[in-house]
Design a protein around this ligand. Structure first.
Ligand SMILES: Nc1ncnc2c1ncn2[C@@H]1O[C@H](COP(=O)(O)OP(=O)(O)OP(=O)(O)O)[C@@H](O)[C@H]1O
Ligand SMILES: [Mg+2]
Length: 374
């Protein structure tokens, strides 16, 4: 499968260009020096913890806030001085309030209230939008007569009714439970594909960002820490912050002992081992680095395996999740390493790789080691 993030063509002008944008509220810097380009037809996610500036950045795209510094271009046009209602943009707010006294169809039609349309044109458009989100049969119901996921789709239909070129979605799925969220994530992707509208989605849920997006920007304290496809930010995080924020990892301090072509030798005290790792550009002997290991990249077994990057430990804790198990393994130096093992076979109580207190061996591939220098 080709990564959507990898297909970007440099010659096509980006749909959105954000240049050095910052936003201050008084002396507080909510957004700082953001530089980004987003292509037409992307589902682009802004991902970060609470208060990191996601909604503020979205509101600047929508025209509800003006940047303190920098410039925003949408579809080649400088947005400075362009009010929200004149932008080719619609926003679905963090708490998408539907009007409780209006039917589903009237709620969707409300999105068209400023459009120069005849009654029948409006009705056609509403029907088209309800079909898009598969709510045709629910047109006459009130919001309290439909499910949470259906309400979410009504809000989406309302936001899409005016056919914006850009749809901004602030935590669109936050109100939904896990199963419904997953279902709606796929629906959102289908709708994006059908309409071709560019989506910028704000979320603090890293799994959601990974599933939905062509690319993700990871934000921290008003700044963008890394932009990339979901695979890039997960497999090649550029900093400890990103490695920690996206997915699980165990971190170890190490010192580079050798760099020979693509392989670095990194002494990791906590493992009592010189780890073989895939080198990153600019690495030199003597340099202090952080090593990150993802739980699913580590093999766990009872017999000592061959090869480099083998460590011993004892199972301290064990979580059974049905399709996989998580082992918390205590290393000789006392640190705990998390290991994820797929339960590929159906096992009885005694059929597991290991149980509490068992001595185990772990092995990881040099290419699986993430070396971080910041
Ligand atoms: N109008 C305002 N005046 C003063 N400070 C503000 C204003 N709006 C936002 N902030 C502050 O700016 C920071 C970023 O807020 P923002 O709403 O963008 O965060 P967020 O990333 O969307 O967070 P969440 O995930 O909780 O929604 C926060 O510290 C917030 O308190
Ligand atoms: Mg927010």
């Amino acid at each position: 499968m080709v990564e959507p993030g990898a297909e970007r063509v440099g010659t096509v002008a980006p749909f959105i260009r954000i240049e050095g944008v910052g936003k201050r509220f008084g002396s507080f810097r909510a957004v700082e020096n953001v530089n980004l380009t987003i292509d037409r037809g992307e589902i682009f996610s802004l991902l970060g913890g609470s208060g990191c500036g996601k909604t503020t950045l979205l509101r600047m795209l929508a025209g509800f806030e003006m940047p303190t510094e920098g410039r925003i271009f949408i579809d080649g046009q400088d947005m400075a001085g362009i009010p929200a209602y004149e932008r080719p943009v619609n926003m679905m707010f963090q708490s998408y309030a539907l009007f409780p006294h209006m039917s589903v169809a009237k709620n969707v039609g409300y999105g068209l209230k400023h459009e120069p349309m005849t009654g029948p044109q409006r009705a056609d458009r509403v029907r088209e939008m309800l079909d898009l989100v598969q709510l045709g049969p629910y047109a006459e119901r009130r919001p309290h007569q439909i499910s949470g996921g259906q309400r979410q789709r009504v809000a989406l239909a309302r936001a899409l009714a005016r056919a914006p070129k850009l749809l901004l979605l602030d935590e669109p799925l936050a109100a939904l439970d896990k199963k419904l969220r997953e279902h709606t994530q796929f629906e959102l992707m289908n709708i994006q594909e059908k309409t071709g509208v560019t989506f910028v989605v704000v979320t603090h849920d890293q799994e959601e960002a990974m599933i939905l997006s062509s690319r993700v920007a990871v934000m921290d304290k008003g700044r963008i820490r890394q932009v990339g496809s979901p695979t890039e930010v997960y497999e090649y995080p550029a900093s400890r912050f990103v490695a920690d924020f996206i997915g699980q990892a165990t971190f170890f301090d190490g010192v580079v002992r050798s760099v020979e072509g693509p392989v670095a030798g990194v002494e990791v005290g906590a493992l009592g081992l010189e780890v073989q790792a895939r080198a990153v550009p600019g690495l030199v002997a003597g340099q202090a680095v952080t090593m990150a290991l993802r739980p699913e990249k580590i093999e766990i077994m009872r017999e000592r395996p061959e090869g480099p990057n083998v460590v011993a430990g004892a199972v301290e804790d064990l979580g059974y999740f049905g399709n996989h198990s998580i082992y918390k393994v205590r290393l000789p130096g006392g640190e705990i390493l998390s290991v994820l093992s797929a339960n590929a076979r159906r096992v009885g109580e005694s059929g597991r790789v290991a149980v509490w207190e068992d001595s185990v061996w772990m092995r990881f591939d040099p290419a699986a080691v993430i070396l971080l220098t910041e």
